[in-house]
Design a binder for this molecule. Structure first.
Ligand SMILES: [Zn+2]
Ligand SMILES: [Zn+2]
Length: 460
């Protein structure tokens, strides 16, 4: 049995691993490479292998760095099944449609700039066709991916529907268990259950995004969030939160709902100003069965995303009207790094007012407006105009959807403690600066561990 590491090898994006077992070939994820446009475009356009060689695909979750290249495979003729959890299938429907839209816009932009036609990586038709190939499989129910390879999804606690993947591969009467962690979440994240750890592994592919650092605890963040809301409201200011439409937005709504119910924040209006976030919230509402039923709010409230303070604005006119509204309020809008989307016009309007707060709840990559806000640059460039940054900037890192160094190490420790025949561990989905110290520390803990380069093949 062989694994070939194709994407997210020594980097975070483009998750894709090729499993050859029982005479068949299975892809684990096929995500988009993201980053510098020219580099990632070339990588995205290279197929991991000829599509006719792929017998089945097993998808771990709907994030675009895991699912985003599936429509490209489909546009190249892939016709077999794509397995996913039901919530991943539903989230993929809106995320791949959004991605197709971005691909089409990107191609138009490139064509305008270079004056020659550029093909989008894929279009809306391919995204729709991809969803048609997806079959929803629930957690903890084993199913055959191909004869000889049996899969079980367990909840990874990372985003709605996210799974770690257990693959029991049988060849010549011997069965070996490969565990693919995919992206591992954190205990205590709002709405989501805590990650479930697979057992009985012979070999493990583990993510390592934050292999070199620890986050603040999730519980501590709720109290800090409440304090920031109270301070902003007492100044009569507005709070602007750039957030990814899927996942982070619903978590923040949930946290604000819990705080409002507990009387820990004043009753100020909350606007969710993002059509994609509204669609994503409806997908969440379709899957309350997989919420964390240990959480008080989920036990007490039927619809955790609807309460008297919250308004969802879909129309552009309603979004713009918020600029002339007065009094304290909270506005949550995409995109997460404030590079595009409605949050940009809210920032242009709100950044010069010292009563306001810009709350950063996610990672801001280099060269983004979000990063310039984190760096508190005194003057921001927005829509080509200079905008003074006088609003308060507050940062909450604890809502990260990824396990940190300590959590990754203890996840792997729990796998090992239930795996008498534990074999090699391969680190993926991490940059060298995160992977190398993690590998070092795991090695000293007795693991056989490596961080394979793209193209590397290993057997187990
Ligand atoms: Zn993810
Ligand atoms: Zn990922």
């Amino acid at each position: 049995m062989e694994i070939e590491f194709s994407g997210a090898a020594r980097e975070v994006t483009g998750s894709c691993h090729i499993l050859r077992a029982a005479g068949k070939t299975i892809l684990l994820d096929c995500g988009l490479f993201q980053g510098k446009r020219s580099d990632s475009d070339a990588k995205n356009r290279r197929l991991p292998l000829p599509v006719e060689d792929v017998d089945a695909i097993v998808l771990s979750h709907a994030h675009i760095d895991h699912a985003g290249r599936l429509p490209f495979l489909v546009s190249n003729g892939y016709k077999n099944t794509i397995f996913a959890t039901p919530a991943t299938r539903d989230l993929s429907a809106i995320m791949l449609a959004d991605s197709a839209h971005i691909q089409e816009k990107d191609a138009e932009y490139l064509a305008r700039r270079s004056k020659k036609a550029a093909d989008p990586l894929y279009g809306m038709r391919d995204a729709v066709r991809t969803i048609e190939l997806m079959v929803g499989m629930p957690y903890e129910k084993p199913f055959d991916v191909v004869p000889g390879v049996r899969c079980t999804y367990v909840d990874a606690g990372h985003i709605l529907g996210s799974a770690s993947v257990i693959l029991d591969c049988t060849e010549g009467g011997t069965t070996k268990r490969l565990v693919f962690s995919a992206d591992i979440g954190r205990a205590g994240l709002p709405i989501l259950r805590d990650p479930v750890t697979p057992s009985g592994a012979h070999a493990v592919i583990m993510e390592s995004t934050y292999g070199n650092r620890d986050h603040a605890s999730v519980e501590g963040e709720r109290a800090k969030l409440a304090e920031i809301v109270r301070e902003t409201a007492s100044r009569g200011g507005r709070m602007l939160i750039p957030a990814f439409a899927v996942g982070r937005t619903q978590e923040i709504i949930y946290e604000l709902h819990a705080l409002a119910r507990a009387g820990q924040i004043p009753a100020i209006p909350i606007y969710i100003d993002s059509p994609l976030a509204i669609d994503a919230t409806s997908v969440f509402q379709l899957h309350p069965d997989i919420f964390d039923h240990e959480e008080i709010l989920i036990r007490q409230v039927q619809d955790v995303f609807k309460f008297n303070l919250v308004t969802y604005t879909r129309d552009v006119a309603d979004s713009k009207a918020l600029n002339s509204a007065t009094g304290p309020m909270i506005i949550i809008a995409a995109s997460g790094m404030a590079e595009s989307g409605r949050i940009v016009h809210h920032l242009a309007h709100g950044a010069p007012d010292q009563r306001n707060t810009i709350l950063v709840v996610g990672f801001m990559a280099e060269h983004t407006l979000g990063r310039r806000i984190v760096e508190k640059q005194p003057v921001l460039k927005v829509f080509g105009e200079e905008v003074p940054l006088r609003a308060q900037v507050k940062i909450l890192n604890g809502y990260s959807a990824h396990a940190d160094r300590t959590e990754l190490t203890s996840w792997l420790g729990r796998v090992r403690s239930t795996s008498p025949e534990m074999g090699p561990v391969w680190l993926v989905h991490g940059e060298p600066e995160a992977q190398d110290p993690l590998a070092e520390s795991l090695r000293s803990d007795g693991y056989t561990v490596s961080a394979p380069e793209a193209g590397k093949r290993v057997t187990f």
